[in-house]
Design a protein around this ligand. Sequence first.
Ligand code: ADP
Ligand code: MG
Length: 707
Amino acid sequence: MQGDLMKTKRDFLKTPIEYLKNVGPERAKQIKSELQVSNFGELLNHIPFRYVDKSKFYKTTDLGRFGDQALQLKGRINSIKEVSSGKAKRLTALFSDDHGSIELIWFSGIKWIKPILMEASNFIIYGKPNRFKGKWSIAHPELEKVGAQSSQKANLQPVYSSTEKLGSRGLHSKGIHKLMLNLLQHPEFSIPEILPSALSSKMGFFSRKQCYVHLHAPKTLEQLQKARFQLKFEELFIVQLQILKLKLKKTKNRGHVFSEVGDQFNTFYHDFLKFQLTNAQKKVIKEIRKDLGTGLQMNRLLQGDVGSGKTIVSLLISLIALDNGFQVALLAPTEILAQQHYASYSEQLQKLGISCALLTGSTKKSERKKILPQLEEGTLKILIGTHAILEDSVQFQNLGLVVIDEQHRFGVAQRAKLWNKGKEKYPHILVMTATPIPRTLAMTFYGDLDISVINELPPGRKDIKTIHLYENSRLKMLGFVRQEIDKGRQVYIVYPLIEESEKLDYKDLMDGYEGLIRHFPQEKYPLGVLHGRMKPSDKEFEMQRFVKGETKILVCTTVVEVGVNVPNASVMVIENAERFGLSQLHQLRGRVGRGQEQSYCILMTSHKLTSEGKERIATMVRSNDGFVIAEADLKLRGPGDLMGTQQSGLLNFRIADLVKDEKILAMARHAANELLNSDPNLENAEHKNLNLYLSQSQKIAGWGQIS
Ligand code: ADP
Ligand code: MG
């Protein structure tokens, strides 16, 4: 009986939209194609993006005082005029209240607007003010005859997104609201509960039905706020539940046991390590070692600001893998970075007589032919490379550990692919990122990973001094660069490279290079140039010249952004800094400040800065802390942008907002955790609906492939 009831309830939400009063097949088609809403449930989730306080009226003289915020006014329509210039027609009307008058304008829909305007004289109008030739006007305002408002109507009028096409069919915001009211008043309207009732009552939640009523037709602000909170919580709770379930499932993967810390680790640690590890590095190594002993697969994210010393951590862990008879793969996002890791790994490992190899897209065939069999036989212990090591032809004898540097460039699918290379058991995964991820995002994106943080820089590091200079201070900047080189330092000068204007950007870079050559005599201040269009071998050659100190200035694009390590470089000049995003600026700045000297980052910009651009530059000048920068970035740009488009599906929340709803997210995660602790498989009768909902709801983008 209960089951049957549930079925009808679910079916109600799946009812095609055309069966709603005042819709029908024609409108249904339009609604579907314009709003991607095809059934009752989807209509309910077409959430108002704003509410107008209907109790508040502005004066005509208020126009312009609130920017282009839409305002509600009450007044009279005095004169109506149809004006035509050539083919274009427009309708204007003079609208006045006790304080003044403004013009209302329509460019389309004149036929049906005109009779409405003629019918009455007192109107409530609503719309965004425009200024044209010194006069204020509102184009295409919403109209309502005074007196037509029913008395029990709420003061908060929801505003829905619509399209021009729908608007011309009477389905602008108000039309949609009318449909919504039809739905809410439908005699069979019901929505199954999904949250466990214990949780709902603990949170003081409405029934879901009531919640949607308050969302679409709120009577008070308090109702509305509570309803919005509840829906956000519900949405975040579901996502967290999915991620945590995945995590539970995955930690069940069997992993290799690295039981001992053997000779190779000890010899290196005691005889060859050039410095003392920081406490943060020690703590992180302990956390990782603990994972490696459990017999379960490790999935750990290692976060540490640029320069915090993640590489040495990965090297030490790699030695533990070797001590236990396993192979290691290290995956880097760019060729340059892979080469650099290879150079530093092989230098260090040489002392122990351990061999490692580099495999990238530009590795020669003959070299590949040598590497691949050695990997399969197990004589080659460590493979470092780019995406090329994900190819099927690359097979290990017994891969025990995968280190992924700068994770944000690798998708989850790639991570999963690597795991398949482990034979019966899964290799341990250590993901390292210097992109400090704000907690909210980390909880969502890396919810399936454990997180370790290196929250301390090696001793003796001085904060990088960041300076903002305008174009006209270029000579000052060049003088400073010369002075630093005279002290024995090296300098990066970075030019932006934005894909859409790639050609122009290369021209900027090369023009800049020519200019610098003229300014700096080459015998004393040799320059190098490095950009993405160069052949890998040329890139490598230029990079090596800079690493060895043969060139003093490296003119480059963001190819140096990630991970490059030249401790003697102490100045980072960023040209057109306003064109870079915050996290990119921070990454670039992280290329200096790696040695003992005071380092500098000089941000060159034009005088034309947007307010957002100004804020970005100011944030950089103000803070050296990657987490502060990341939070600011999230606030300025929103989360979708931060992670690239590939995974942004995960960020398409109906109502929740990762930037603003951090607290709700934390609550939702806590609740999801508690629930899974008490009922890991959601088998209790009381969690039946929730389980059903989870299995029906869309797989979270990207994560689906993991399991
Ligand atoms: P990142 O975390 O950005 O990858 P790296 O691993 O490249 O940083 O380390 C930056 C520099 O700091 C390297 O030159 C490295 O040798 C050095 N380093 C790492 N750990 C320490 C330490 N504990 N003490 C001194 N220098 C360190
Ligand atoms: Mg690094």
